[in-house]
Structure formats: structure tokens, C-alpha cells
Design a protein around this ligand. Sequence first.
Ligand code: PLP
Length: 382
Amino acid sequence: MMQKPLKVPSSPLFGSGPCKKHPDWQASELQSAFLGRSHRAPEGVARIQKLVDYTRSVLEIPQNYAIAMIPGSGTGAVETALWNFLGQRPVDIFAWDVFGKLWVTDATEQLPLPQVRTFIADFGQLPDLTQYNSSHDCVFTYNGTSAGVMVPDLHWIPENRDGLTICDATSSAFVIPIKEWNKLDITCFSWQKGFGGEAAHGMIIVSPRALEHLRRHQPAWPIPRLFRLTKAGEVITAIFEAKTINTPSMLCVEDAIKGLEWAYNLGGQEALWQRVQSNFAIIDGWISQNPDLEHFAIAPQSRSRASVCFKLSPSYCKGVDQASLISTIASQLAELGVAYDIKNHFLAPASFRIWCGPTLEAEDLQILTEWMNWALAVHRPS
Ligand SMILES: Cc1ncc(COP(=O)(O)O)c(C=O)c1O
């Protein structure tokens, strides 16, 4: 019988969202929050502007791109994009994970879009991105969190295009560096993943041509005020000047500022990426060399560096139900306080999912692999 490992990870937080907070985070950091005051007071606006400025510096967002904080976390940001920007042209939607497929539902069942082409791949695969027609608008997810599959690059998006690109970057922002902002027109994410911020609010980053489109295009459908970016044919510029649509949580804003400060002081996107690559190398190497495990992502180049999804091999399961083996192992590691939330999303096929984002420590991931080896041995079907 394999010995139980002696060391436990310094943190059992390996879940893919909300993710572990940045190292050294403490609730006392939030004492500087602007609480019990109006977010529209000059000091409140200044706090939100600080968040916007940090976001721009860390993600290296061009000065002529507009940034707004939106209600409703990542989902609020993506749906703000879909409802405000789509409708003028046909839309190509690429989806391969739980959330990408939810955006397909929005486009095909909720919005009365006349022409939608959907390119949907099974879990573990990318759809054929070369099918993208750049005279159409396009919706895609940078990293499919629950599929463990991400786009390896943005080469398939031409710089000169007629259509707008809407990117759900919820689980790639602050994890996988964005170098080609000229390929992205509307980028959406929340704070809960890359730097382990609170949920509640989302961010939307809008290119100059997408802003211009907002001025010219009136969607043919109603938009709830909560998500509306225009009024009487004019862009509501205040939303992009740190004046939010409705009341935000200034406690969450403060928490996000602290996470962004950490990312900035670390060295920005490149430094975050260094941490991700070290983390990913440990989990990827362990899975690849372990005959009991199989990566979900078939092509190594599109294997997510952020949310690594994998299942048990048929030779390990020996006919025993994969889902129940995964549940047993995940529950035992949680009960032991070694690893929380390593079971994949409930709408994904049965699998494990381990977050390798920049707030995690490589040593903890190494220790986790030892515990996983032990749990795999303990529960191996005979
Ligand atoms: C790819 C992706 N998009 C969007 C979301 C939704 O984010 P939120 O819960 O912040 O709305 C998630 C959540 O896990 C996600 O993984």
C-alpha cells in the first residue's frame, strides 16, 4: 500500500473559479475600501478609476480602448456585449465548453439574430477556427474553462476585418497574455479567476471601432437598463469614465484593486504568465506520464494552461463508473483538507479540473500530484 504523503499543500484551493486569492491576501487589506459613501462622490469615482487604470497597465490595453465596469460578473459583461453589439451582420459563434455553449443559446434562442453560424466542438476539441468569415461578427471564448481547451493564438483573426470580435476572456485574462489587442473588439471578464478577486462585477474592454459601431447601430431588441451602453443613439460615455450603470460593491472594487496591485508589482502579464507556465508544467507533466490519466484536450497546443481538465483512463477504471470514482477521490481529498473543488463543472463530462493560474504556488501543485497518486492507488478498482 502506498504511503500517505506527509506534506500538505500550503493552500487546498485548486478550484477554477472563484480561484485562490493572490499570495498574502488578507481581509484586513480591504480596510481602505470606500464604504458607506456614494460611488459617485469624487473619491468613489477615483477608486473605480484606479481599478480601470491598473487593469489597463497590467493587461497592456491600448490607450484608445475604452474600459467599463459592468454588473453581473463575467456573464454580465459577455451579455452586455452580445445585446449591445450584435445584430448588424451575420454572426459566427465558436463554442467548446459550458459557457461558450451558453453564449450560443443566447444567440440562437434569446436574441432574434437573423443569421448565426455555430461551430461547436465536443469537450476536448477546438472547432475549426478557419471557418471564421471576417465580414461577420464573431463570438468565442479564449479559454474554455470546463473543457481544458483554449485557442492557441489569435492568428485566425485578421487585423483588417469588417466584423467585430467578442471574446469571453473570463478564464484567460491575467493568465494567458493578450498581445494582439488589435484582434479583439470587445473583451469581457470578471475578477474571480486570474487574480482571485471577488465575483459581482465584470469588465468590458471596447476597441475604437466597436465604440464607433455603438454610435451607428441601434439593436432591434430591447436591452435592460442594467446592460445598456447607449441612450438615444449616443454612447453613455460616463460608463467608460468610472461612473458605473448602477451601484457597485466598493468592497469588491477594493479587493480587485489589491489583486491588480499584486499583479502589477509582480511585473504584469509576463510575470503572471511565468507563474502559470511553471504551474502548468507540473500538472501537464504529471498527467502525460501517468497511464491512469488522460488529458481532455486532444491537441497539446490547445491544451489550457489555466484550467487543466483530465479523466481517468479506461485501464484504471476497469469498467467502474468514471463519475463515481472521480467523486470519491475528489471528496476524500476535500475531507482531508488537501484539495477543494477539483471536480469539473457539473455540466461537463465527468473529469477532474485543476486550476494552474498565477495565484497558485508551483510547490502546492507538486504536493497535490503526490496526494492524487496516493488517492488513485487507494481507490484503484481491482
Ligand atoms: C469561460 C467562462 N465564461 C464565463 C464564466 C462566467 O463567469 P461569472 O461567473 O463571473 O459570470 C465562466 C465561469 O466559470 C467561465 O469559465
